[in-house]
Design a protein around this ligand. Sequence first.
Ligand code: NAP
Length: 250
Amino acid sequence: MAAMSTPHKKTAVVTGASSGIGAATAACLAEKGFDVVMGGRRAGRLEEVAGRSGGRAMTLDVTDAQSVERFVSELDRVDVLVNNAGGAVGMESITEISHNDIAAMWATNVGGLVRMTRSLLPLLEASGNGHVVNIGSIAGFETYPGGGGYTAAKHAVRAITKTLRIELLGKPIRVTEVAPGLVATEFSTVRFRGDAGKAAEVYKGMTPLTPEDVADCVAWAVTRPPHVDIDEIVIRPVDQATATDVARSG
Ligand code: NAP
């Protein structure tokens, strides 16, 4: 049976809402009055976040066509889609990176984003004021050693976002990219395959962004008047000038 939303409430779908930026965005949008549908693979974690924020948890693997189809079939209204599910795998150089890692990053950050967007466009358009927010990264316009697979995927996210803006011209759908620098989430633990020590090094001696800082940007973009499209927001910690220029104490 289709999950019914409260008629007067706008519905926001957030992918990758079981942790980090997605969880903070889901909570922030729920707080702003959205009916939030939260997707991710870890059902237990999603339920926890949904319990705290008041959203609806539905398991979702954005790399799996059937999972996306099932997820979308449960929705009868979508005003906002936040394509957040993604991340990096490994830090090997281009000469050493495995094709599996490249494929995994591509499948989530790029393929998943396209699949979710394509699947929800009819509902977004039907809402009369749809909004697609893609969580990109400064890796979408910068490069750094060991980041080849991830920066390629996030450059693609940026290209797709810009293409969408042109292809959707004339339809009532806004398109925004939010591109953060360093944010303290599970991102680095995932990237370093569970190595907490290596992950901690990434944020050592500097103050990273919090997931809530990024959620705030998403919430601001989606609550502008319907005729206003926030094309992109780049947000970095004060301690970070580029992907590799980071001020650290100690
Ligand atoms: P995170 O805490 O690791 O969160 C990643 C989220 O993506 C998790 O909720 C994970 O949930 C979900 N996810 C991964 N694969 C998925 C799949 N196949 N299907 C559905 N959900 C999936 O990291 P984060 O920093 O919040 O990352 C969120 C986004 O921000 C990513 O796109 C990342 O590239 C981007 N970003 C992060 C930073 C940073 O410094 N942290 C900077 C710039 C951009 P499940 O494992 O439960 O599926």
